[in-house]
Design a protein around this ligand. Structure first.
Ligand SMILES: Cc1ncc(COP(=O)(O)O)c(C=O)c1O
Length: 332
């Protein structure tokens, strides 16, 4: 593994004048803390730590972006209610943005997902409407219907061009700027929720390396894009039970499908916490495993990029509440 410099503990005397302060001056609100996340190299894979965003996931980016675009276009006005279908993270993120900007928020989500995500949306003042079980398709119809009523705005993350645009213009550009000098991405490996991240970041990567290969990862138990299969799985945030519009419109950009089982994803998620101090969700474990598969299958792809999308604290009750559950801690 290449050794990269880590920031030393700041010297208390000199740090007040240091040039390394991330935010200059006083921020207007928490939305200022979205983005600008670290890129790590873990076992030869470049990993963007998006779980560090406020509200605990990558979705803070598109939530903020889609809402500001809608405001600019006059689609969202003071006093309106934002309504969105989500498996949870986008609901958390939109609820945070709505709280800051003074909108009401209605999160439409299926039952059977991590209870923390429901609690987080409510903590931000959102109302949560349950619709369907585990998969998001029924919630999608419901949110769309409510969004058509006067006084409501539905960002439609599964369809939205603003979703793709944020990922191309902001997140994709950020990763390219963080890669070591002279390195261009050879591959991007990601699960598909809306497909916005894979397609948008993929477009940004294609602009600098037309040969970059895009790999879409699905849970082995529910390979909806590959073969229309819809089943339960533990990799929350992806494979929501249908092929999203963004992916359908842009599927020609994607080179290959790959899959990781829920059991392997959860075990890898636990290893990430114990070995690297990275408390992330199951899709992060799945992403690292899928990226390793790609490197093994195609050793010529040297610069492989993936993303750790959401925070492990959202899964404490599901996966981390057992006392040192299956930790392989050894007293040395
Ligand atoms: C938890 C989580 N959130 C979000 C995403 C990105 O999803 P999208 O396809 O909606 O951009 C992923 C992708 O793997 C994910 O695992």
């Amino acid at each position: 593994m290449t050794q990269h410099k880590s920031n030393p503990v700041p010297d208390p005397i000199t740090s007040a004048n240091s040039n390394s302060i991330r935010y200059r001056g006083v921020s207007a609100n928490i939305l200022d803390a979205i983005g600008d996340t670290p890129l790590l190299e873990i076992e030869g894979i470049f990993v963007k730590l998006e779980f560090l965003n406020p509200s605990g996931s990558i979705k803070a980016r598109i939530a903020h972006y889609m809402i500001e675009r809608a405001e600019q276009r006059g689609l969202l006005r003071p006093g309106d209610t934002i309504v969105e279908a989500t498996s949870g993270n986008t609901g958390n993120a939109l609820a945070m943005v709505a709280a800051v900007k003074g909108y009401r928020m209605l999160v439409v989500m299926p039952e059977g997902l991590s209870s923390e995500r429901v609690a987080i949306s409510r903590a931000f003042g959102a109302e949560v409407l349950f619709c369907g079980d585990f998969h998001v398709d029924q919630a999608l119809q419901r949110a769309r219907g409510i969004g058509e009523q006067p006084g409501y705005f539905c960002p439609s993350q599964f369809e939205s061009e603003s979703n793709i645009e944020e990922n191309r213009v902001v997140l994709g550009a950020e990763i390219l700027a963080q890669l070591p000098p002279g390195r261009l991405p050879d591959a991007l490996v990601l699960g598909v929720g809306t497909g916005g991240t894979l397609i948008g970041v993929g477009q940004a990567f294609r602009e600098v390396n037309p040969a970059v290969r895009l790999f879409a990862m699905e849970p082995t138990e529910s390979q909806t894009i590959l073969c229309g299969e819809i089943a339960g799985h533990a990799i929350e945030g992806i494979s929501d039970g249908f092929v999203p519009g963004i992916f359908q419109r842009n599927s020609a950009l994607v080179d290959e499908m790959t899959s990781v089982s829920s059991v392997a994803a959860v075990a890898e998620m636990k290893r990430l916490a114990r070995k690297f101090g990275l408390l992330c969700g199951p899709s992060s474990g799945a992403h690292l495993l899928a990226a390793h598969q790609v490197r093994q299958r195609y050793p010529e792809l040297q610069t492989v990029v993936t993303i750790f999308c959401d925070d492990g604290e959202k899964y404490l009750s599901e996966h981390f509440s057992g006392r040192s559950a299956d930790s392989s801690f050894v007293f040395a």
